[in-house]
Design a protein around this ligand. Structure first.
Ligand SMILES: NC(=O)c1ccc[n+]([C@@H]2O[C@H](COP(=O)([O-])OP(=O)(O)OC[C@H]3O[C@@H](n4cnc5c(N)ncnc54)[C@H](O)[C@@H]3O)[C@@H](O)[C@H]2O)c1
Length: 312
């Protein structure tokens, strides 16, 4: 008899996650481990990444940390080689490392634009290429490549550098899916909305409330809200899905004209519950924060941009 849950079982699979030390990358690593995969956590933040890999091992799978800056082709190639040396093969690659900047494009330095594109888009391409080379070498079993995009691929949100990098991820995903289908490699991406990770530790309370009011499901996104998406895209459950951008946004992008919501039912998740995982990440990074999980100094440009937008 067919046990449909086997579709989601990743036992024996070998995976890597870039930008895996905290936030969305750590959520990806956690989800893969919960489904049984061994996971390499890779990041530029060695200290936090080692702690994350240790936490993943506590879930009963193997995990290593590999330091890698995704903007360097040499480091990316070496990182994949290290993962294969340790795990013997590579079945799943999640290309997630990224940064965000806010602020008007009329004043943006070219260096800031270049940095965002280099990490978010070129970095993901370098990683996808190195992963595909390994998967092709392994033969017909193929593999799963998953890129972190964003709702900013389809709505105007941060600024042109970030939004263009994420729109680039979505279309790069489609092209790579078309190119690598013949190797049995699925290439997909997923698009979160405003997700409470260290990236958003400086987002003011007023902005969080505003985001909640613009989100039909009523709460800000948490790392754990991605677990099911990641397991689906990494597992046999998505074997005939490729080139897809899976929006995971609580309905946020549907909501342009439904403001305010006038919601009568309380949201399923309270503001206190929203920040639980983010506070754990900030603890691991050694970053202080207030009772709401806010540290305005971690990303002052994000704090200032939101304050400007909301007239605070
Ligand atoms: N948080 C959100 O609201 C949100 C929403 C949609 C998409 N995203 C995307 O999700 C991804 C992860 O975001 P997050 O919120 O977890 O961010 P984060 O800042 O909390 O964590 C990002 C991680 O990437 C690492 N990193 C940064 N530059 C790197 C590089 N050059 N090489 C390797 N690692 C690097 C950092 O050290 C950090 O561990 C990014 O691609 C981001 O654009 C975030």
């Amino acid at each position: 008899m067919c046990n449909n849950l086997n579709l989601f079982n990743l036992a024996g699979k070998k995976a890597l996650v870039t930008g895996g030390a905290v936030g969305i990358g750590k959520a990806c690593a956690t989800a893969l481990a919960m489904a049984g995969a061994d996971v390499a956590v890779t990041d530029i933040d060695e200290q936090t990444g080692e702690k994350t890999a240790a936490g993943i091992r506590e879930l009963g799978v193997d995990s290593i940390f590999v330091k890698c800056d995704v903007t360097s082709k040499d480091q990316v190639q070496a990182m994949v080689a290290t993962v294969v040396e340790k795990f013997g093969r590579l079945d799943i690659g999640i290309n997630n490392a990224g940064i965000a900047i806010l602020g008007g494009d009329e004043d943006l330095d070219q260096a800031a634009w270049d940095k965002v594109i280099a990490i978010n888009l070129t970095g993901a391409w370098l990683c996808a290429q190195a992963e595909a080379q390994q998967m092709i070498k392994q033969g017909p079993a193929g593999g799963k490549i998953i890129n972190t995009a964003s709702m900013s691929a389809t709505i105007a949100n941060c600024n042109a550098s970030y939004d263009a990098s994420k729109a680039g991820i979505v279309h790069m995903t489609k092209t790579l899916a078309a190119e690598w289908g013949r190797f049995n490699i699925n290439v997909n991406c997923f698009s979160p909305s405003y997700l409470l990770t260290p990236m958003h530790a400086s987002t003011p309370l007023e902005a969080r409330e505003c985001i909640r009011n613009l989100t039909p499901l009523g709460h800000m996104e948490r790392p754990e809200d991605l677990y099911g998406t990641i397991i689906f895209l990494a597992s046999a459950a998505s074997n005939y899905v490729t080139g897809h951008d899976l929006l995971v946004d609580g309905g946020h992008t549907l909501n342009a004209w439904l403001v305010p919501l006038g919601r009568e039912v309380p949201p399923r998740v309270s503001p206190e519950e929203e920040v639980v995982q983010m506070k754990k990440d900030l603890d691991a990074m050694g970053v202080e924060y207030d009772e709401n999980g806010i540290n305005e100094d971690l990303h002052p440009e994000i704090a200032n941009a939101f304050k400007g937008m909301l007239g605070l």
